[in-house]
Design a binder for this molecule. Structure first.
Ligand code: ZN
Length: 395
């Protein structure tokens, strides 16, 4: 199937290019494929082939087993197509024609079922589009907050909120007696504002950290995951080797300088296509963003960014697509301290950090430890051994 896929990829790339002046397909892989454009072409071409054959074979996308796999495949292709290749919503079913042209002579069942294949894919594409819209409505309200949802049969405690393929998923459990939720229930949502107050500085610092990492380590740094908690933040990113201690120090310094500069934090909704044109703007690859989308920028108004998106100046500030809760000025974060840096998978590093009073405490601890190490270096023999074992014990 390898060469068929190549043919479909190229045919699709030609179509795509005519329609939108997208970058042509050039067969690059891995780190050569800078914007993942070539990978996106391959994903879309491969997936339209898989779906066409499966549907010709009598299957279709659905909720369980193999059918669910087909649904996932379709959604993945749609996301790559619309986000990376900037294809219009509904583009995917149009590619059935390409598959039939390239392979129909050898696989007559494709020709025979062409209309059915196209209809099934079109329906599934449209319903995926509606799913995204539902996610968007909630996107503006709930992300990163916890709290309770009061329902007629009890109280549902929300401990975590995550985005999955355009859905906002509230994770938690019923407090006390078993309760149940039914479609149509009237509920009251109560956000835990105390927790939000603690989380906001960590979240804003995550944005500054993302910016600083790219400043110091280079443009290959991409966000791979992030968790923002009341007491700390964690950030995963692509980078092939451990970050040198001196670079960690520079990264920490950039964030602390932005805090000291007392920069205002701005947020505003923008059309997704306009937002993505802003020079240096961060988005998480593979994430489904709503349209309009919320842009969060630090130190410059979102309106300024959108008015002159090509401006080189935007490369020196943090701007991200984000629906979360932030502080209104960087000074509210007080301070920023990195706690750890480690590898978690091939090519992916993780840093953990703290802000506000937690950061001051971490800094105090670090300087007292430094002092102890200095003092230890002036001792010898059995005293040195004792001091070292003491230090090791309380690290
Ligand atoms: Zn964010």
């Amino acid at each position: 199937m390898g060469c068929w896929n190549e043919r479909i990829t190229k045919e699709f790339a030609k179509l795509k290019q005519k329609a939108t002046e997208a970058q042509p397909y050039s067969g690059k892989v891995g780190s050569e494929d800078l914007d993942n454009v070539d990978m996106a072409y391959r994903v879309v071409a491969d997936h339209i082939r898989t779906l066409s054959f499966a549907i010709a074979d009598g299957s279709c996308p659905g909720n369980e087993g193999r059918e669910y796999v087909l649904r996932r495949i379709l959604r993945r292709a749609v996301r790559y197509g619309t986000e990376v290749l900037k294809a219009e919503q509904g583009f995917f079913n149009g590619l059935v024609k390409v598959v039939v042209e390239v392979m129909g002579d050898f696989f007559p069942e494709l020709k025979q079922h062409e209309i059915k294949i196209r209809e099934i894919i079109a329906d599934e594409e449209a319903s995926f589009g509606r799913t995204l819209v539902k996610g968007i409505e909630k996107f503006k309200k709930a992300i990163y907050d916890t709290g309770v949802v009061e329902v007629p049969s009890g109280v549902f405690g929300v401990s975590n909120v995550q985005m999955y393929g355009g859905f906002v998923v509230h994770i938690g459990s019923f407090e006390g007696k078993t309760g149940r939720l039914s479609v149509g229930d009237k509920v009251i949502c109560k956000v835990n504002y105390e927790r939000r107050k603690l989380i906001a500085p960590n979240h804003t610092c995550t944005h500054m950290l993302n910016f600083a990492l790219r400043e110091i380590l280079g443009n290959h740094v991409d966000q791979k995951g992030s968790i923002v908690l009341p007491e700390k933040l964690r950030f995963d990113f692509s980078h092939g080797k451990p970050v040198k201690p001196e670079d960690l120090r520079k990264i920490e310094t950039i964030v602390n300088e932005q805090i000291k500069s007392e920069l205002d934090v701005f947020s505003k909704e923008a059309r997704l296509v306009d937002a993505k044109h802003v020079n240096g703007l961060r988005a998480v690859f593979g994430e489904v963003y709503p349209d309009p989308v919320r842009v969060v920028s630090i130190g410059r108004k979102v309106e300024d960014l959108l008015a002159n998106p090509e401006n080189e100046e935007w490369l020196s500030i943090s701007a991200e697509l984000c629906g979360g809760t932030h502080i209104s000025n960087t000074r509210e974060a007080k301070a920023f301290a990195l706690l750890s840096e480690e590898g978690i998978a091939k090519g992916i590093r993780r840093v953990t950090a703290v802000t506000t009073d937690y950061a001051f405490k971490a800094m105090e601890l670090a300087s007292s430890l430094e002092q102890e190490v200095n003092e230890a270096s002036e001792t010898e023999g059995s005293v040195l051994e004792q001091v070292i074992s003491y230090i090791c014990q309380h690290i």
